[in-house]
Write a protein that binds this ligand. Structure first.
Ligand code: B12
Length: 351
């Protein structure tokens, strides 16, 4: 991008943020179309305006400045801006090849995948965007019905890695190559390779460049999951209900904010505890404690502005050690979690 075009984007960023904050889709769409008219490429608008503005939307939710409703309204406007760019840009015909882009079951972060779909379409691929939460069985039927040359799978939540593995395996059996992407695949996409994805790209533009070099895409991915032979992941999944009950009881006894929780907040707390156990299991699945430690840091950032002491997380991690004492690999993840909380200053001290 030239300096002039980068300045053009920079000069409208505050206005675009403001349109998202007021959920003003007409103004947001007019703004992005005006940028195109001024010679900024659709790709630059997607990657350098809409993507960072959307990341800021999520950060406002984390900081408790915005409710989930405000976040959803703003996300809708971002999606409309992406769609508006799509409607006015001309793409080559016939397409270079056909790509399906999907978020697997349980994944709601649709905007990153939507941007990937749009950039690939701009670069000349025939793209079908399947959106959020596509169950694996339906995805496979769809691929057979529509004959895609490649499936691009987006994972923004590392907790979905075990489910993502089942999807990748199913695509492999269907002989459809998988391109993986999204922050949920970890630093440099390390867990995409663990799960056996054929290709990984960090951004939409990297994906388009990679496919331009490697088309037709290879079917060479191989999972590296031998550590699952110890059965610890299966144990964690099987004990999930008991672990949750144990944690809720423990927090009721030892963590005063849990006792004081109103109904709605109590439900959210139980949901967070469920996520915590699931992130632990996902880390054990790919054999990397960073899945768990990164989630603890995120949760600490969510809890603090909502008046819940993040040191409560240390109490939770400690409470998990006893019922999981027979799972040595899991214990190393819990120890890493405690270490990470300690470094962040979130250590629980018993009264
Ligand atoms: C906005 C947001 C939300 C919104 C989502 C709205 C929506 N409909 O999209 C809401 C508030 C709903 C939300 C909810 C949650 N979120 Co959230 N969210 C974010 C946030 C702030 C921005 C995501 C985004 O849109 N970024 C903008 C995109 C466009 O930028 P980008 O990532 O650079 O995009 C590129 C790459 O991702 C890549 N890419 C993406 N997919 C693919 C696919 C392929 C094939 C390729 C090649 C490339 C590729 O290409 C994109 C374009 O270049 C991120 C943090 C962040 N800064 O990214 C957290 C984040 C993803 N969320 C997180 C979490 C934990 C959650 C919740 C579990 C929180 C909770 N307790 O409820 C829920 C789970 C919801 C669910 N079931 O999916 C964590 C995930 C942590 C982890 N390690 O797994 C993150 C990373 C925040 C954090 N700092 O920890 N979230």
């Amino acid at each position: 991008m030239t300096a002039e075009r980068s300045d053009a984007i920079e000069s409208v960023r505050t206005a675009f943020d403001d349109h998202l904050a007021r959920a003003d889709e007409t103004a947001a769409v007019a703004l992005v179309l005006d940028l195109l008219a001024r010679g900024v490429s659709a790709e630059d608008v997607l990657l350098d305006l809409i993507a960072p503005a959307q990341a800021a939307v999520g950060e406002r939710w984390v900081a408790n400045e915005w409710s989930v409703a405000q976040e959803h309204a703003a996300t809708h406007v971002s999606n409309r801006a992406v769609a508006a760019l799509a409607a006015v840009t001309v793409v080559p015909d016939p397409p270079l090849g056909s790509v399906a882009v999907a978020c697997p079951d349980g994944e709601w972060h649709t905007l990153p995948a939507h941007i990937v779909a749009e950039v690939l379409r701009l670069r000349g691929f025939g793209v079908r965007f399947l959106g959020a939460g596509v169950p694996t069985a339906h995805l496979i039927s769809y691929l057979h019905q529509n004959g895609s040359d490649l499936i691009a799978l987006s994972c923004m939540l590392a907790v979905r890695l075990p489910r993502m593995y089942r999807t990748i395996e199913a695509c492999r059996l269907a002989r459809v190559p998988v391109l993986a992407g999204g922050a949920g695949f970890g630093p440099d996409g390390i867990w995409a390779r663990t799960l056996g994805a054929d290709l990984y790209a960090r951004t939409a533009v990297d994906a388009a460049d990679l496919l331009a070099e490697q088309w037709p895409p290879p079917l060479t991915g191989a999972p590296a999951l031998d550590h699952l032979a110890d059965g610890e992941y299966a144990q964690l999944v099987g004990r999930r209900g008991d672990l949750l009950r144990h944690l809720v009881d423990h927090l009721h006894r030892c963590f005063p904010p849990m006792r004081r929780c109103a109904d709605e907040r109590h439900e959210a707390a139980v949901e967070d505890l469920g996520f915590l156990v699931d992130f632990l299991a996902a880390g054990v699945f790919v054999d990397d404690p960073r899945v768990f430690t990164d989630f603890l840091v995120f949760l600490a950032d969510v809890l603090a502005p909502r008046g819940v002491p993040p040191a409560g997380l240390d109490l939770v991690v400690r409470a998990l050690c006893e019922p999981l004492s027979d799972l040595p690999r899991t214990l190393t993840h819990l120890a890493a979690g405690r270490g990470r909380l300690e470094r962040a200053g979130h250590t629980w001290t018993d009264a």
